[in-house]
Design a protein around this ligand. Structure first.
Ligand SMILES: Nc1ncnc2c1ncn2[C@@H]1O[C@H](COP(=O)(O)OP(=O)(O)O)[C@@H](O)[C@H]1O
Ligand SMILES: O=C(CO)[C@@H](O)[C@H](O)[C@H](O)[C@H](O)COP(=O)(O)O
Length: 478
């Protein structure tokens, strides 16, 4: 019997990097089996943001992201890596990283396996970056796109750098998301390719014409030469230029995908499924009918946006900026308070103790609006706590209220009534913040009284691998 094909999926997330190996499994309902997976914290938060970014700047160190990626690959079984026939890459959308063409990395040979190390590469300015104030965004030209432009979106960041750090931009002649960068380095692409999934997340991209708003951008002095060329999600960007963790040189690499779309692709078994992803951020997504086209102009006050998916279809998405990152912020606060009091406690200990305490605390009157980052449609709505009584101040009460607040905030953006109008019959949970947190699961089931099931915690990596596996199988059949 011919060996069943194996593909590798990668997810370059905001907090962690995930990798998964999939093998075709015709006798499985899904058609695949996950052979192995791995997750490694990236810990990539840059120690120093760019000059002028201010306290709202959020940048990550590309070398740390690649280090976490290499750790994941090194942990996967070599006998399977040798058989990989395709690599799918997804990652945190909206962000932008810059590099010099032909100098973006150096392949280091002579070790256990060739690896590429970043060279003339900037920090990654992430989707959490808040340097673009509302006033600055209002000064930008209106986009010819159904998606509005928010802080942390690639084009907004480039406009900000053009105004405040023009010399910085002159140092680079290529740009993309972090996953576009990794694809370009793996394949030695002279210029990055970008799927419409990631282009739409940058702003100033028209998904119907599949083109950048080049004239609008150029007339504002925007460095349009930095805009990547566009390619279909699911198509091949190139082939690996070196052997990589024993994955053969010449292996096909797909055009990078949005982590949201890759997660949905792995979890959405039927078109009537909604996918609720809680990772660093939170997204609730459902399929739009084929033929659906979003409006021509953006509505920045709308809590639901329409993101390109596959095959020119769209997802209706409530994308909250406040998900696992809110829990992480709470824990960082507790750990720092305890350090101030002379106590050293591991973050992982706090996560497990607070979740255990809240599992025991099934209800609370304490009410937390968790939006420490505001929301794109309500940037000035920051976090608040109400109904505080002396009896509701245990760790269990506060954690229950925090988890409830995260889920209720998402529900306020996309309520179950709207999901049911769209024909949604089931909610598929994804993301490792959800998979590791029984309280979040309980609050999801409470807020969305539909059948709810929970997936793996490497969903986007599985989705990216699955896209390449199905491409390979289709090619073999044709
Ligand atoms: N030990 C833990 N137990 C439970 N939740 C955790 C733990 N460590 C991190 N988390 C949660 O997981 C979130 C990150 O999820 P992850 O899927 O790694 O994010 P991303 O895909 O955005 O990189 C963090 O924001 C935090 O809320
Ligand atoms: O914000 C949106 C969409 O606008 C999200 O769907 C977006 O994909 C994510 O926030 C980023 O990609 C980061 O994802 P993650 O690191 O939180 O998994």
């Amino acid at each position: 019997m011919a060996a069943r094909p194996i593909t590798l999926g990668i997810d370059l997330g905001t907090t962690s990097v995930k990798a998964a190996l999939l093998r075709a499994a015709p006798d499985e309902p899904s058609g695949f089996a996950v052979l192995a997976s791995c997750a490694r914290a990236a810990r990539a938060e840059a120690a120093v943001e760019s000059a002028g970014a201010g306290p709202q700047g959020r940048e990550q160190d590309v070398s740390r992201i690649l280090q976490a990626l290499h750790e994941c690959l090194a942990a996967l079984p070599r006998q399977h890596l040798r058989s990989v026939v395709g690599i799918g890459v997804s990652g945190q959308m909206h962000g932008v990283v810059f590099w010099k063409t032909g100098q973006g990395c150096e392949w280091i040979e002579g070790g256990i396996t060739p690896v590429f190390e970043p060279r003339a590469v900037s920090h990654l300015v992430t989707w959490q970056d808040g340097r673009c104030s509302s006033e600055f965004l209002a000064s930008l030209p209106p986009p010819k796109s159904h998606l509005s432009v928010a802080t942390g979106f690639g084009c907004a960041t480039i406009f900000w750098l053009l105004k405040y750090c023009p010399e910085f931009l002159k140092s680079y002649d290529a740009a993309g998301t972090i996953h576009d960068y990794v694809v370009a380095m793996l394949c030695g692409l002279p210029r990055p390719l970008m799927s419409d999934q990631n282009a739409a997340s940058w702003g100033y991209f028209n998904t119907q014409s599949q083109s950048w708003n080049v004239e609008i951008l150029r007339s504002s002095g925007f460095p349009v030469h930095l805009l990547p060329d566009i390619a279909e999600p699911g198509s091949v960007a190139g082939r690996t230029s070196h052997m990589w963790f024993e994955i053969p040189e010449g292996t096909e690499v797909g055009v990078a995908l949005g982590d949201l779309q890759a997660s949905v692709y792995s979890c959405m078994a039927q078109r009537t499924d909604a996918v609720l992803n809680i990772s660093t951020s939170v997204q609730l997504a459902a399929s739009m009918p084929s033929g659906f086209q979003p409006g021509e102009t953006p509505d920045p006050t709308a809590p639901v946006a329409y993101f390109p998916y596959f095959g020119r279809t769209y997802l209706g998405v409530a994308a909250s900026l406040n998900g696992g990152n809110v829990l992480a912020t709470f824990i960082h606060m507790l750990v720092h308070w305890m350090a101030d009091l002379g106590l050293e406690v591991e973050e992982s200990t706090v996560y497990s103790r607070m979740i255990q305490a809240a599992v025991q605390q099934r209800d609370t009157h304490l009410t937390i609006t968790p939006t420490v980052l505001g929301e794109r449609h309500l940037p000035d709505q920051l976090a608040s706590v109400t109904r505080i009584s002396s009896s509701d101040l245990s760790l269990g009460h506060v954690t229950r209220a925090l988890c409830r607040g995260i889920v209720q905030n998402l529900h306020s953006m996309l309520p179950i009534q709207q999901l049911q109008e769209w024909g949604v019959e089931r909610v598929m949970g994804s993301g490792s913040a959800l998979s590791r947190n029984q309280v979040l699961k309980q609050e999801v089931q409470r807020a969305f009284p539909l059948p709810v099931s929970f997936g793996q915690d490497v969903d986007a990596a599985v989705g990216a691998a699955l896209v390449m596996l199905r491409r390979h199988l289709d090619q073999k059949e044709s």
